[in-house]
Structure formats: C-alpha cells, structure tokens
Design a protein around this ligand. Structure first.
Ligand code: AMP
Length: 360
C-alpha cells in the first residue's frame, strides 16, 4: 500500500470550476487543504480553497511552482495540456495518470484505445480532408456525426450529417481541424458508470446512472438506471476494464449508449478521467461521494463506501434555471447546490438539485 497523505496535507487542483469547488469541499471534510490553480479570477473553486494561484496553464514555471507547494496534483477538467501535466509531474505525484488525459483528450485515440481493449464503440473513421471523406463514409454509413478530435465537450465540436453533401460542407467548415466521423447510434438510453480506483489498484463502483442530455449538455441523471442486473453488471465490468488498462487513480467516468435488445447492447461513447457531472447525486444519496472518493484515492487513503442509501434524480440548473433557487431551496426531499457563479449565461452550469426517494 502507498503511504497515505496525512491530515493537514495539501491537494493541488488544476482548474477552478464547480468540480474543483466540490473536490476542495470534500478535501476539507477530511482535514486536507485544497490549493486551486486556475486562470480565471472569478473561478468558483477559489471561494472555498485554502490557497489560490491565478495563472495560465501554459505558464509551465508557475505550474511547476504550484506543484512543488502541494503534496499531490489532480485536475478537474480533462483538456489540460500535456506540457502542464509534465511540468506538474516534475514536482509532485499527478493523479489520475497523464496517460488517462492523453487518451480522453482525443476522440480518435480514445476510440482506438477502447477498440483495442475489445470494448465496443460506435463505428468511426478518421477524416482529414475531402480526399478521404468518401472512404470514411463507406466505413461508417450515414446518418453520422462529424466530430473534432479534440476540445469537444457538452456536444461542442460536432455536427449531424445526413448526406454526403452535408458531410463535405461540415468538414469544410472545420478548416482542416483534425476530425472523425462516427455512426449515429439509435440508443434506448445513455448510461454512465463512475468507478474509483485506488493507488493499490482496488476499485469500487457507484450504481450505474441513466442520463438525459439536451442539446448535448447533461440535463438530468437518475439512479437506479432502468436496466437489468445483467446490463448493469456488464456496464460495470467495462468501466473496471478501462480503469485497470489506464492504471487509473481517482474517479473515472465511462459514458455509454444502451441499445435495448441489440447485440452488443452497450457501446462506450467517451471516458472522463475525473469526477463527473453524472455523479453529483452521490453527494446526497451515498455515504461517501465521488468527490470524497477521488480525494481518498489520490491521497492514498482507503476508498469509501459507494453504495447508495436512496434513489436519486439529479437535475442541472443551466443558465436562467437557477432563478428558481428560492422555490427549490424550500422543496422537501431536495438538496440544492449552487456553484457561486455570478453570471447566468445560457448553457452555463450554475448549480444542480438532487431529489431523493426511498431506495427501490
Ligand atoms: P459527446 O460530446 O461525444 O459527449 O456527445 C454529447 C452527446 O451527443 C452524447 O451524450 C449523446 O447524447 C450525443 N451523441 C454523441 N455521439 C453520438 C453517437 N455516435 N450517436 C448518437 N448520439 C451521440
């Protein structure tokens, strides 16, 4: 077993969004301090951190100095540049491992990695230019999604294409940005599995989550998912396989499409090497949340119990939806979480609510 960080140690978190904020709160519950490194003076995580550094992620000397001042470094967003992870690694252990970020940051590398593990994904093919678009479409079939390889999240960087002409137009609009084309999956529901893996390689799983997306953004998550025990077992097995292959440490989210009655019924869409929006319900419906378990894993502590004591429905408060905070705060059986963001821009995650129900 690794040496556990002692209470009073400092967790360095790259990124200052709501995930960093909830990680910092979980760390403080365990008597650990959080040092947030973020590039935005209004970062929501700054409000709850013991130490803050305002800096650019490209300022490698500043990132290394930040890492030298903490006991372990983690990240709350997956698009952190490899150079920044490398700079941090020179001064402190970095968890999850940089390999997990390298794979999750590039949709083509990610799908190739999963396929090589024998995990099923949507049909996909790289497209670089008009010259190989036809070959790619032959492999994938229309309708399809044209996605940028990098910097896609919440449905950004993807276009639905139904004809070859639409695909050519969408590709031209990318102006040479590396892309892939992916078959459109007719799924029954979207699922995610949150697995936490410790430094010694042990894993624990939260119950499989059923997710509803609107405009590519997660709108709601419910637990339990409406799936059979055998599908839940298979989903968990896949997530564990990915976590082991990455030598992951911390929480890993594996997002999947479930096609009822089809073979194979589960296709992995993407992985996120971090705590995840679809695990927010664990704050209120589990003894130990995904945030606390991530902190435990990177600090070398024993992992905490992941079982749920209640059924839960988590709903994101996006943009102006947060104006309902007063009514939501007064609602029975409901936990309200607001992220302290000043400006409620459309599409921006401002908070979430989790409604609890007796365990089914
Ligand atoms: P992504 O940015 O890849 O996470 O996709 C965001 C959302 O778009 C997913 O959660 C799905 O709702 C939808 N989506 C992505 N890829 C596909 C696909 N191949 N087939 C059908 N829907 C998809």
């Amino acid at each position: 077993m690794p040496d556990a960080l002692l209470p009073g140690s400092t967790i360095g978190i790259m990124g200052g969004g709501q995930l960093g904020r909830m990680l910092a709160l979980a760390a403080s519950q365990l008597g650990l301090k959080a040092h947030i490194y973020a590039d935005d003076a209004n970062a929501p995580a700054f409000d709850v951190a013991a130490v803050r550094t305002l800096g650019d992620y490209g300022d490698l000397a500043a990132v290394e100095a930040f890492a030298a001042s903490v006991d372990v470094v983690t990240c709350e967003f997956e698009n952190v540049a490899a150079g920044a992870l490398e700079a941090a690694s020179r001064a402190a252990p970095v968890y999850p491992p940089p390999l997990a970020f390298a794979i999750a940051q590039d949709r083509l590398t990610e799908k190739t990695f999963l396929s090589e593990l024998g995990i099923r994904v949507a049909p996909f093919a790289a497209v670089s230019d008009a010259g190989n678009l036809k070959d790619a479409l032959d492999q994938v079939k229309l309708p399809a999604l044209l996605k940028t390889r990098r910097f896609g999240y919440d449905g950004k960087g993807q276009a639905l294409v139904k004809t070859e002409a639409e695909a050519s137009k969408a590709l031209a609009e990318l102006q040479g940005t590396p892309a892939l084309i992916e078959g459109l999956i007719a799924f029954s529901r979207e699922l995610s599995v949150l697995v936490v893996r410790g430094q010694g390689g042990s894993t624990q799983f939260y119950d499989t989550v059923e997710n509803v997306h609107q405009n590519g953004i997660l709108a709601a998550s419910r637990v339990p998912a409406r799936i059979s025990a055998s599908v839940a077992f298979e989903a968990r097995t896949i997530a564990g396989q990915v976590a082991d292959a990455l030598h992951h440490v911390g929480v890993l989210a594996v997002e999947m499409f479930h096609r009822e009655g089809a073979e194979p019924s589960l296709l992995v869409n993407e992985i996120a090497p971090r705590v995840h929006n679809s695990g927010h319900w664990t704050l209120d419906a589990c003894l130990i949340s995904q945030f606390e378990n991530h902190v435990r894993a990177i600090a070398g502590w024993p992992l905490g119990e992941t079982s749920r004591h209640s059924d839960a429905l988590m709903t994101n408060l996006i943009g102006a939806e947060m104006e309902r905070w007063r009514a939501l705060a007064g609602e029975e059986g409901t936990a309200l979480h607001l992220y302290g963001k000043a400006e409620a821009r459309p599409g921006r995650k401002m908070g979430h609510v989790t409604r609890l129900y007796p365990k089914s």
